[in-house]
Design a protein around this ligand. Structure first.
Ligand SMILES: [Zn+2]
Length: 102
């Protein structure tokens, strides 16, 4: 998928259409809800104790995950307004194999 470097798009801060720069956001940096801090919180509340990892709160999943089902990944774009320099993100990721910003 090819996307131009700048797109004329509605800016909610300026309340009109302005030239906006397109940049791709990196995915995979999102923090999960059951990461380390949350595991400790669950233990404090008396959860997640016992034998095994209870299917959760562990490093290894109990079930093998189904992998390789999809060949494309979701890409997220950030639009930066050239007038007010504020940015907005796409609410839904676009499924593409490869993204080119030209
Ligand atoms: Zn703006």
């Amino acid at each position: 998928m090819k996307i131009p470097k700048s797109i004329k798009r509605y800016c909610k801060h300026c309340r009109k259409h302005t030239d906006q720069k397109v940049t791709q956001l990196k995915t995979g940096t999102k923090r999960g809800s059951l990461k380390r801090g949350s595991i400790q919180r669950a233990k404090k509340r008396g959860l997640g104790r016992g034998y095994g990892n209870k299917g959760r709160w562990g490093s290894k999943p109990t079930k093998p995950k189904r992998t390789g089902a999809k060949t494309s990944k979701k890409t997220y774009l950030r639009y930066t307004c050239k007038v007010c320099n504020k940015s907005s993100m796409t609410t839904f990721g676009i499924r593409t194999k490869k993204l080119e910003i030209i």
